[in-house]
Design a protein around this ligand. Structure first.
Ligand SMILES: NC(=O)c1ccc[n+]([C@@H]2O[C@H](COP(=O)([O-])OP(=O)(O)OC[C@H]3O[C@@H](n4cnc5c(N)ncnc54)[C@H](O)[C@@H]3O)[C@@H](O)[C@H]2O)c1
Length: 504
C-alpha cells in the first residue's frame, strides 16, 4: 500500500474544497406542476439508495404524493448513480455535492437525510433553518448535545416537519403490545432487554492513513468531525460504511442497528427521558483490526420503571460461525420480561407475548414496521408527526451514547472485578454470564484479554450531563465527544437552546 503523507492529505482536502465551490445546481422544478412534494436526498450510497427509489416514477417502492427533485452526495460516483437512476425514470434532477447549496434551492420542499451519523444533526438543523421538512435517518446524532440542538431546532421551526427514521415507531403490533403491557396483562415489567446480535467481521489491519478516493470531497464528508485522514480500508473501502466503527463518526453497533431496539425497549418500558444511571462493559474481541468501537458490549440503564439491559454481539454463535446467538426468540430484538410472561419484538417490529415457559399467548395484530415512509408522507400532508417524533429519537439515541460514554470512561479490569461489579443485579448478572458463555465458545478468554469495565455513571437528566462522585470521572464523561462536540470551522453546530431540557 502507498504510504500516505501529510502532503497527500492536504492535496486531497484542498481539491475537495475546490469541488465545494463548483456544485452544479440544475433546477427543473420536477414535481411542482402536479402538487407532489419535491424531495431532495442527502447521502444515498446504501440506505439513501432505498429512499431514492421511493421518489422515482415507475419504481416498485414509489410513494404517492412526492417526487425526486434533487440529489446530494459528496461522492461523484454516488452522484452519477443517482443521476442515471433519475434519468432512467424520466426525471432530470438538480445535483449537489454541498448540502448547503441544495438547501438554498426553492425547488426542494423536503429533504431525506441518509449521510453518516455525524452529519445527521447538523444537516437537520440547517434544513429546518432553510424552511425544509426533514426525514433524518437514525440515530439522530453523533453526540448528546448536538441531538438536543436538533430537537430545539424542530421546536423553533415547528411549522416544518421533522421526523426520525426509527421505523419501529410505525409498527402497530408494538403499539398493541404496549397497550397490553399498560393494561397489566402480564403483570409488572421486571426488566427489558434489547439485543443486537449481528455478524460484524474484522475490517482488516492497515498501516496508517489511507488515500481518499478521487471524487470524494473529504472535507464535506468530514463536516463537523475533526478533519483527520481515514485509517481503514476494509471490504467497504476507505470512506463509506466502516465509519460506524470509529468514534469520530459513529458509535459502534449500539448506535447502528442497536438504536432501533433501544428505541423499542425504551418505548415499551414507558421511560420518558434519560435513566438515573448507566454502566457498560465489553471490548473488541476475537480479532485485531483498525476499528475502535466494541464488538461486544453489555450496558445497563436503571430507570424508575425498571432496568433496561442492552447487549451487542458481533461475533457468531461459535468461533468461525456467522450464525448468531438467539435470546428468547430473536438475535436482533427486544424482550420485555414481566411477572407472568414476556413479550418479544422481532427486528421487523412483529410482537408476540409468551408465558414464562415460552408458550405463545398472543401474537399482536396490525402492521409491522413497514409503514414508516408512508407515515412520513402523511406527516407532510397533515403537517403533524405521529410516528418518529424527533425528541423520542433523541432520548433513544442518547441512551446509546451514554452506554458508549461509560465504556469510554472505563478501564481494563480483571474478570473477577467485573463479576463483583455486576453481582448485585439479577438481570445484569444474567447478561454477564451469557456474555461469558458467548465469548468462551468464540475462544476469547477474559483472563487473557481483559474486558473494559465502565463506571456506573449518574445522569442529570435535566441537563443531559453526567454526574459522578469522582470529579475526574464526571469530567472525562462530560468532555467526551460522544457527550458534546461543537463542530469544526464552517461546520459548527448552531446552539439552538439553553442546554437544559425545556419544560415540555
Ligand atoms: N433505518 C434503517 O434501518 C437504516 C438502515 C441502514 C442505514 N441507516 C442509516 O443511514 C445512514 C447511511 O448509512 P449507509 O450505510 O448508507 O452509509 P454509507 O457510508 O454507505 O453512505 C453514506 C453516503 O452519504 C454520503 N455523504 C457523507 N457526507 C455527506 C454530506 N455532507 N452530504 C452529502 N452526502 C454525504 C457519502 O458519500 C455516502 O454516499 C446511516 O446514518 C445509518 O445509520 C438506517
Amino acid at each position: 500500500m502507498k504510504n500516505w503523507s501529510r502532503k497527500d492529505f492536504l492535496k486531497t482536502t484542498i481539491l475537495g474544497g475546490a469541488a465545494l465551490s463548483v456544485a452544479r445546481p440544475r433546477l427543473f422544478g420536477a414535481g411542482s406542476a402536479n402538487g407532489n412534494v419535491r424531495i431532495g436526498i442527502v447521502g444515498f450510497n446504501a440506505q439513501g439508495w432505498g429512499h431514492l427509489q421511493n421518489y422515482l416514477p415507475g419504481s416498485k417502492s414509489k410513494l404517492d404524493g412526492a417526487i425526486l427533485a434533487a440529489i446530494c452526495d459528496v461522492d461523484d460516483a454516488v452522484l452519477a448513480r443517482g443521476r442515471d437512476a433519475a434519468n432512467k425514470a424520466g426525471l432530470k434532477v438538480a445535483e449537489y455535492k454541498d448540502y448547503r447549496k441544495m438547501l438554498e434551492s426553492k425547488e426542494v420542499d423536503a429533504v431525506v437525510l441518509a449521510p453518516p451519523n455525524h452529519q445527521h444533526s447538523i444537516i437537520t438543523i440547517a434544513a429546518l433553518q432553510a424552511g425544509k421538512d426533514v426525514y433524518v435517518e437514525k440515530p439522530l446524532s453523533h453526540n448528546i448535545w448536538e441531538g438536543r440542538q436538533a430537537v430545539e431546532a424542530a421546536r423553533k421551526y415547528s411549522k416544518n416537519i421533522a421526523l426520525i427514521g426509527t421505523q419501529n415507531r410505525s409498527s402497530e403490533q408494538i403499539m398493541n403490545a404496549i397497550a397490553s403491557l399498560r393494561a397489566g396483562k402480564l403483570g409488572k415489567i421486571k426488566w427489558v432487554t434489547g439485543t443486537c446480535y449481528k455478524p460484524r467481521d474484522s475490517i482488516g489491519l492497515h498501516d496508517g492513513p489511507q488515500q481518499v478516493p478521487a471524487g470524494i470531497d473529504y472535507d464535506l464528508w468530514t463536516g463537523p468531525a475533526p478533519l483527520v485522514p481515514p485509517t481503514r480500508n476494509g471490504p467497504k473501502g476507505v470512506v463509506h460504511y466502516d465509519w460506524h466503527w470509529f468514534w469520530n463518526y459513529g458509535g459502534g453497533d449500539i448506535s447502528n442497528q442497536g438504536i432501533h431496539q433501544m428505541d423499542v425497549a425504551r418505548w415499551m418500558l414507558g421511560a420518558k427521558g434519560l435513566p438515573k444511571n448507566v454502566m457498560s462493559f465489553g471490548g473488541r474481541f476475537g480479532y485485531r483490526d483498525d476499528a475502535e468501537t466494541p464488538n461486544t458490549l453489555v450496558s445497563v440503564m436503571n430507570f424508575d420503571e425498571a432496568p433496561l439491559i442492552f447487549e451487542v454481539r458481533g461475533l457468531g454463535r461459535k468461533k468461525g460461525m456467522r450464525a448468531m446467538d438467539v435470546y428468547r426468540k430473536s438475535s436482533v430484538g427486544v424482550v420485555v420480561q414481566c411477572e407472568h410472561g414476556y413479550i418479544n419484538v422481532a427486528e421487523n417490529g412483529a410482537a408476540v407475548a409468551y408465558d414464562n415457559d415460552g408458550k405463545k399467548l398472543e401474537a399482536f395484530e396490525g402492521s409491522d414496521n413497514g409503514a414508516h415512509r408512508k407515515n412520513w408522507i402523511k406527516a407532510l400532508q397533515s403537517r403533524k408527526v405521529t410516528h418518529g417524533i424527533l425528541e423520542e429519537g433523541h432520548y433513544s439515541t442518547s441512551l446509546c451514547h451514554l452506554a458508549n460514554i461509560s465504556y469510554l470512561a472505563g478501564a481494563e479490569k480483571a474478570n473477577a472485578q467485573l463479576a463483583d461489579a455486576v453481582a448485585s443485579n439479577l438481570a445484569t448478572k444474567d447478561a454477564y454470564w451469557r456474555m461469558l458463555d458467548h465469548l468462551k465458545v468464540n475462544e476469547v478468554d477474559l483472563e487473557v484479554t481483559k474486558p473494559i469495565v465502565g463506571p456506573l455513571l449518574q445522569i442529570d437528566a435535566k441537563r443531559e450531563m453526567v454526574t459522578h462522585p469522582e470529579k475526574v470521572v464526571a469530567d472525562a464523561a462530560n468532555n467526551s465527544p460522544i457527550r458534546k462536540r461543537e463542530g469544526r470551522g464552517a461546520f459548527k453546530i448552531p446552539q439552538m437552546g439553553s442546554g437544559t431540557v425545556a419544560a415540555s
